[in-house]
Design a protein around this ligand. Structure first.
Ligand code: HEM
Length: 182
């Protein structure tokens, strides 16, 4: 008798376990469990910091004199600038032309107006006295001025204007005027 009772109890337990299996292991429960784990994972797993594309550095429009423009020749980590008729262009993207070792490196950090108008990158085309007046270009022929205008158009469409070039005397004059106004 004892044996029969024992067997019956065992069978009842087995049945109960099977019912529990079928109640909990339904496809719906499995899907829900996966979803719960996924949500918990998304909530608590440390995510990588979001990196946004950086804006290009803001262009600061500055007033240069021939002397303060000089370091902008691509050496020592400086960008490459050149000036044409008082307008300073950032020609760094044309570094292969104007950067160190480039065919037109003489123009880098300088007033390139005379050289461009004369179609010469000779040293003699550059203003010697960096503290004197800017090259007035008074001796330029109409053809030369037309050529220069062509270069200006090219630069305006290709490069960014980053400042203006004025003589040291004009720079000092403007500074004094600003001081007087303040
Ligand atoms: C030996 C004769 C020369 C040859 C074979 C030559 C060749 C070239 C070439 C292939 C380019 C590139 C054009 C481009 O890809 O947009 C260029 C650009 C240029 N060349 Fe010459 N060139 C000569 C003389 C000169 C001279 C004498 C000057 C003096 C003003 C000069 C000033 C320039 C300038 C300013 C650029 C434009 C670079 C830019 O787009 O920023 N070239 N030249």
């Amino acid at each position: 008798m004892d044996y029969v009772e024992q067997r019956m109890t065992q069978e009842a337990q087995k049945q109960g376990a099977a019912e529990v299996d079928t109640v909990f292991l339904t496809p719906l429960n499995i899907i829900l469990t996966v979803i719960v784990f996924y949500v918990l994972y998304m909530l608590f797993w440390p995510s990588k910091p979001v990196s946004y594309p950086q804006d290009p550095p803001a262009v600061v429009f500055r007033t240069y004199t021939p002397r303060t423009l000089l370091p902008f020749n691509g050496n020592g980590g400086y960008p490459v600038y050149l000036a044409v008729r008082g307008v300073v262009f950032d020609v760094s993207s044309g570094r292969q032309f104007y950067g160190p070792g480039g065919p037109y490196e003489n123009f880098a950090g300088r007033d390139a107006s005379r050289g461009l108008a004369s179609h010469s990158f000779d040293e003699a085309m550059l203003t010697k006295n960096l503290d004197g007046p800017l090259d007035p270009l008074e001796d330029m022929t109409p053809d030369m001025l037309e050529a220069l205008q062509g270069w200006e158009e090219r630069f305006n469409s290709k490069y960014q204007v980053v400042g203006r070039l004025i003589s040291v005397a004009d720079f000092e004059k403007e500074r004094k005027e600003k001081q007087d106004q303040a």
